[in-house]
Design a protein around this ligand. Sequence first.
Ligand code: 9YT
Length: 141
Amino acid sequence: MIVRRLEEIEQTDREVKAPTFSSRRFLLKGDGMGFSFHDTVLHAGGETYIWYKNHLEAVYCIDGEGELEDLDNGEVHAIRPGTFYALDGHERHYLRAFKDLRMMCVFSPALTGREVHDEDGAYPLVPDEVAEVAEAAEAAG
Ligand code: 9YT
């Protein structure tokens, strides 16, 4: 069993600080669960462009206020505590925080912990995941 507390993660390499958000990674690939789990705070006033073309992400808001703009269909969704969304179609989107947004995020495949958003707003895959995704795509035809 894995038991961790936020204060043990803050200010360690499990806390990744980006210009518009801070991501505290409770579970990473090395923990062997098959997904990663993050407590992410998007800072008030920030706008983040995201396109997770290599990962699936599910997100649950527990605090704050903001919006999600789906750039694939132009829809804008308010985000408030209790809002959940899942990027099951690798949708390109903007996240805007009007107040600090606290989001619980699950990624599959798991992040290794080294990733930072690239110029496309994505997290790159690590080499063995590139092979796994290629195999899955081949199997799906
Ligand atoms: C929903 C969200 O906060 N996305 C950006 C950051 C990502 N969740 C992460 O790396 O924790």
